[in-house]
Design a protein around this ligand. Sequence first.
Ligand code: ADP
Ligand code: MG
Length: 251
Amino acid sequence: MNAPSASVTEPVLRLRGVRRAFGDHVVLDGIDLDVAAHEVVALVGASGSGKSTLLRTINLIEQVDDGEILLRGEEVSDPRVDADGVRARIGVVFQHYNLFPHLSVLDNVTLASRLVHRVPRAEAERRGLELLASIGLADFARAFPDRLSGGQQQRAAIVRAIATGPELLLLDEVTSALDPELVGEVLALVRSLADGGTTIVMATHEMAFAREVADRVVFLDAGRIIEDAPARQFFEAPREERTREFLARFL
Ligand code: ADP
Ligand code: MG
């Protein structure tokens, strides 16, 4: 019998012993994490636990001091790797200020396709309009971002991040800057991407959402993974005392 081919079993993302310090403050303290294709992983933990730094490290915005990051088996944390080429394979949405204010919504959505992936303008715009229509924003294609509500801006930022068909989508608390009534529409879009098979790593404070949408939940505390478990087990039967203390805050 043949062993399964590497492309089938290889995780989209693999972190091995990732360490990052700012001065003598160790912010990521030996992170091991695998994310399989189509998997949705929620990163949870108190403010300051290292969630954003971890996402920024995966996207090569932060360098690793030690350890390695592999994207489909390729070591991308090697300083000799073309970081822009790696970033072109990863979609990212942050907490706020995602859209370029001086570009129309459609130009925001098509920019990377056109400039990084060299997709002809007409084709990029057709796809961009399709994406905007899918989130009910076709009428805003030619508008500037400040015409959109915060929830509409985040949804546009999310479709911009997936417009180039990235291998991995990183979401960093994409709803935490929004008024409560706008959170639902953004989570609904993330849910539909998850249902559609997008591989996602998302830092979130939305525990009910993590429980519903994530396959796995990873709990970070002071730069270490304390617990990494299937979502249901994480919430219903956490193994670690620190996880229980953390979850108790959300009751
Ligand atoms: P989280 O997203 O979980 O709130 P962060 O990754 O933003 O956590 O931050 C983790 C810790 O790293 C915090 O103590 C923060 O102050 C520190 N930190 C993050 N970025 C920097 C930086 N560029 N320089 C110094 N300290 C930083
Ligand atoms: Mg953060």
